[in-house]
Design a binder for this molecule. Structure first.
Ligand code: SF4
Length: 454
């Protein structure tokens, strides 16, 4: 990976220690830029020469490409490492559903609405598709333009305009070119005209070369010479093993060898791996999509619009693109679960998101409305935070006061997790509350709560 040392960055800074970047000295700013914690452009006094040198040297080896405009714009690429534990992955694989211009306007509208309304909530994040790929299957520029019109009128999601026919693509660009759709795709036969369209409409361009990576690099070079800046790579799909090998290779060449011609995000179509006649086609497409998502596809396009197909992929993506240095967590506080009253039991747990949501659903399953006091354990589970001194009697006592638990319930009883049994005595001493040690596993809360609060 190309990097600059803090001293190399420092040498290009003004060295006035003015502090306007939010750091007291230019040197501390340089250290923070080098470790990725500060943006070099937070210094307003960089010379033009320094700006040029630094943006070149600090640019991620996989270029950041934006599709769409405004709030719905999708960013792909911008990656710096092969493996998540080396830093983190920055921009999640964008998930797209494909629709075809051979549908009637009404059918198309319905499918677009289905995609637009597909959303799930998990760990306090909304998971949803990011893009719609409009396929110019009709080959008719007029029909494609009308389909593009219907699509943009019914979605805020950015589009991928799909056709190898430049007239079809231009008809779509005339409708929605100002919304910066991704053009799919240029190949060896149409590269020049597609590249000119990408430059004219200022849109990112996909370059497809399924035969070999050298030929792909040649096409990238030609497109750049024509003036295309934002490129997405498509290595085609012969079989899954070969496609994964190519995706890993281009990522490695870009990140480890600094090969600029491969330093772009990639797109993949898992539907090419399945026979539509196969009764398990849907299942295989999702399985192949998961493999492509894990091994570096920046955009994955699914056929069809059934929401269940995208859910496992979005959950997988959420896990992979989460910063491994930060534990998923919920906000500490007092949560009411069900129709609580002043007699409802009060339980306590950690703010590790998975613990919170598991305990919450186990309380819901018990059908005993309860208060759940969530302690700030910096995202650690109960077992780890008890061992690490972050789930303590002192913290629970403070939280009881901070979140005014005494005003919510008239009893003075708190239920702590079985894994925290050893702090029960100290907690009673600090709070004068009766402390009940609950089950070690929250799945037992259902019977536990019903026994105490029948
Ligand atoms: Fe140095 Fe620029 Fe930061 Fe001022 S704003 S301290 S000149 S890096």
């Amino acid at each position: 990976m190309r990097t600059l040392t803090p001293m190399q960055i420092y040498m290009l800074l003004p060295k006035t220690n003015c502090g306007e970047c939010g750091f007291p000295t230019c040197l501390s700013f340089a250290f923070n830029v080098a470790s990725g914690k500060a943006n070099i452009f937070a210094c307003p006094y960089l010379s033009e020469e320094a700006k040029r040198k630094l943006s070149e040297a600090l640019a991620p080896p996989i270029k950041l490409v934006t599709i769409g405009v405004g709030e719905a714009a999708v960013k792909v690429g911008g990656e710096k490492v092969m493996h998540r534990h080396e830093d983190k992955f920055y921009n999640p694989t964008a998930m797209a559903f494909a629709v075809s211009d051979t549908l009637s306007d009404e059918e198309l509208k319905e499918q677009v609405k289905t995609i637009e309304n597909t959303r799930f909530e998990r760990l306090e994040e909304v998971l949803k598709p990011d893009l719609i790929a409009l396929k110019g299957t009709s080959g008719d520029p007029k029909r494609f333009a009308q389909a593009a019109k219907v699509t943009v009128e019914n979605t805020s999601l950015p589009l991928i305009l799909c056709s190898f026919n430049s007239e079809v693509i231009e008809s779509g660009l005339k409708i929605c070119g100002s919304k910066r759709p991704l053009i799919y795709a240029a190949n060896k036969d149409n590269l020049e005209v597609m590249a000119e369209l990408a430059v004219k409409y200022k849109c990112p361009l996909t370059i497809r070369e399924p035969k070999n990576l050298d030929a792909l690099a040649e096409l990238v070079k030609k497109a750049k010479d024509i003036g295309v800046e934002d490129i997405i790579l498509d290595v085609g799909f012969k079989d899954l093993k070969e496609t994964l090998r190519k995706l890993v290779t281009i990522r490695r060449l870009a990140i480890e060898e600094g090969a600029r011609e491969y330093g772009y995000p990639s797109i993949a179509f898992p539907s090419l791996a399945v026979f539509k006649s196969d009764s398990l086609a849907d299942f295989w497409e999702v399985t192949v999509a998961a493999s492509l998502l894990v091994r570096y596809a920046s955009i994955v396009v699914l056929s069809g619009t059934k929401p269940w197909r995208i859910l496992p992929l979005l959950v997988l993506r959420q896990g992979i693109f989460r910063d491994p240095r930060i534990h998923p967590r919920v906000k500490p506080g007092l949560y009411a679960i069900g129709s609580v009253s002043e007699n409802s039991p009060c339980l306590v747990t950690s703010n590790y998101a998975l613990t919170y949501f598991t305990v919450k659903s186990d309380i819901e399953a018990s059908k005993v409305p309860s208060y759940l006091l969530v302690i700030d354990t910096e995202g650690l589970s109960v077992a780890s935070s008890v061992a690490g001194g972050k789930f303590t009697a002192e913290k629970i006592a403070e939280a009881i006061k901070e979140y005014k638990v005494e005003e919510k319930v008239k009893h003075r009883t708190i239920i702590i997790p079985g894994l925290a049994a050893r702090i029960s005595g100290k907690l009673e001493e600090l709070t004068n509350w009766k402390v009940i040690v609950g089950p070690r596993d929250s799945s037992e809360l259902r019977t536990f709560l019903r026994k105490i609060f029948p």
